[in-house]
Write a protein that binds this ligand. Structure first.
Ligand code: PMP
Ligand code: GLN
Length: 385
C-alpha cells in the first residue's frame, strides 16, 4: 500500500458513525442533517432518473448545471463567471479538492494548510507529492496568525488551502484576512484552494465572503462548493469548481481521471436548486440557527460550555471550561460507549493528533434529538466529574 495511506486510520467520521450504529447512540458526530432537503428537488432527481438519460454526461458537467452555478454565484457572491470555461462539476467537494491538489501540486512543492482542518486536505496534498506545512489557528476567534503564516512560507509554496465558513471551527474568515492572503498570494505567485462548501450556512446575519470575489484572487483561486451542503443532502456528492480558465484546465485534467463525470439526475436536480430564490437559503439558515441555539442553551443549562458558532452545522464543547478533565479522544470514546452520544474529538482535525480540549457536535438535528443529546452529554460530563 502507498505509505501515506498505510499510515492513515479510517476517518473519524466513519469511525464515530460506526460506533453510534453499533451502540445505538445518538449521533452528533458526523455532520449531516437529520432531515433530508427539499422534496421538490428529490422529485426532480427521481424524474430525471426515470425519464432522462442515464449515460455519461459531458466530462465538465451538464451545461445546464454549469450555467446555473455561474448564475448563482453571480447573484450570491458578485462573481461573474464564464460557465463554459470557468465551471466544472465534480463528484462532491471531496473530488474537487483531490482534483485541485493533484493538478496544482508536484513532488517537492509545498502546500500550506491551517489546523484544525477538514481531514482530507493534508493526505491529499501529500499524495500529490507535496510537503505540507501546518499553520495553527487558535480559539476562540480562529484568526490567521500572520507571523506563523509568514514563517511557513518558502520559495516552494505553491498552494494555500483555506476553508470558510470553517469546519470544525465554525468561524468565518474576516475580510481583513482575505485581503492579507490576496496580497501575499499575488506577491508570491501562490494559488489558493478555497473550500467554501458551507457558504450558505452562516448565522446571525453574517454573510459568506468568497475568496474568488477578491480582485487579486480572481485569477489565482480555485473555489469549491457542494450541492450536498446547499440542499441538505450530504449523500448527493455533486461539487462545483469555479476558477479562471487556466486553473480550470488544470483541474479538469485531474478530474477526467478521477471520476470523469457525475450522476446526471443529481446534476439536473442541483441545477434546479441553484435557481431557488434567496428565501430558500434564508429559511435554511434560520432553521439551522435554531438548532444551534437550542443545543447551546441546553448545554449551558447543564454546565457545558461551548464556543461561538458563526456557520456550518457545528458547535464545539470546551471540555476544560465544562469541568471535563480528560483528553478529547477519551471523552469521545466514553461518551459514545457509556453515555450513548457520539461526538468528534477536535484532535482529529490536526495533523499531529495533539490533545485540544474540544469536542465537535452537529446541531443539524430535530429538537427531540438535540434534547436527548443534551441529556446524554450531561451524563457523559458526569462520568468525569
Ligand atoms: N469540505 C468541508 C469543509 C466539509 O465539511 C465537507 C463535508 N462535510 C466536504 C468538504 C466534503 O463535501 P462533499 O460531501 O461534497 O464531498
Ligand atoms: N463533512 C462531514 C463532517 O465534517 C463528514 C464527511 C465525511 O464523513 N467524509 O462531519
Amino acid at each position: 500500500m502507498n505509505p501515506i495511506y498505510a499510515a492513515l486510520p479510517t476517518t473519524i467520521f466513519e469511525t464515530m458513525s460506526g460506533l453510534a450504529r453499533e451502540t445505538g447512540a445518538i449521533n452528533l458526530g458526523q455532520g449531516f442533517p437529520e432531515e433530508d432537503g427539499p422534496l421538490a428537488l428529490r422529485e426532480v432527481a427521481a424524474r430525471a432518473l426515470l425519464e432522462g438519460s442515464n449515460q455519461y454526461p459531458p466530462m465538465r458537467g451538464l451545461p445546464a448545471l454549469r450555467e446555473a452555478v455561474a448564475a448563482h454565484y453571480g447573484r450570491c457572491h458578485g462573481v461573474s463567471l464564464d460557465w463554459a470555461r470557468e465551471v466544472t462539476i465534480t463528484s462532491g467537494a471531496t473530488e474537487a479538492l483531490a482534483a485541485a491538489l493533484l493538478a496544482l501540486l508536484s513532488p517537492g512543492d509545498e502546500a500550506i494548510v491551517f489546523a484544525p482542518m477538514y481531514d482530507c486536505y493534508a493526505p491529499m496534498a501529500r499524495r500529490a507529492g507535496a510537503n505540507v506545512r501546518v499553520v495553527r489557528l487558535a480559539p476562540p476567534n480562529w484568526r490567521i496568525d500572520r507571523d506563523a503564516l509568514h514563517r511557513a512560507l518558502t520559495e516552494k509554496t505553491r498552494v494555500i488551502v483555506v476553508n470558510t465558513p470553517h469546519n470544525p471551527a465554525a468561524a468565518l474568515m474576516s475580510e481583513d484576512d482575505i485581503a492579507h492572503l490576496a496580497a501575499l498570494c499575488a506577491a508570491r505567485d501562490i494559488t489558493i484552494v478555497s473550500d467554501e462548501v458551507w457558504e450558505h450556512v452562516t448565522f446571525d446575519g453574517q454573510t459568506h465572503k468568497s475568496l474568488l470575489a477578491h480582485p487579486d484572487l480572481r485569477d489565482r483561486c480555485v473555489k469549491i462548493g457542494s450541492a450536498g451542503k446547499m440542499f441538505s443532502m450530504t449523500g448527493w456528492k455533486v461539487g462545483f469548481v469555479c476558477a479562471a480558465p487556466h486553473l480550470t484546465e488544470a483541474v479538469v485534467k485531474a478530474h477526467q481521471f478521477l471520476t470523469f463525470t457525475t450522476a446526471p439526475n443529481l446534476q439536473i436536480a442541483a441545477a434546479a436548486g441553484l435557481e431557488y430564490p434567496a428565501e430558500y437559503f434564508a429559511q435554511m439558515r434560520t432553521a439551522f440557527q435554531r438548532g444551534r441555539d437550542r443545543l447551546a442553551q441546553g448545554l449551558a443549562d447543564v454546565g457545558i460550555h461551548t464556543l461561538p458558532a458563526h456557520g456550518t452545522y457545528f458547535l464545539n464543547i470546551d471540555l476544560r471550561a465544562s469541568g471535563i478533565d480528560v483528553s478529547d479522544r477519551d471523552f469521545a470514546l466514553r461518551a459514545v460507549k457509556d453515555a450513548g452520544v457520539a461526538v468528534i474529538p477536535l484532535s482529529a482535525f490536526y495533523q499531529d493528533d495533539a490533545e485540544t480540549g474540544y469536542a465537535r457536535l452537529c446541531f443539524a438535528k430535530s429538537d427531540d434529538t438535540l434534547d436527548r443529546g443534551v441529556e446524554r452529554l450531561a451524563k457523559a460530563r458526569a462520568l468525569f466529574a
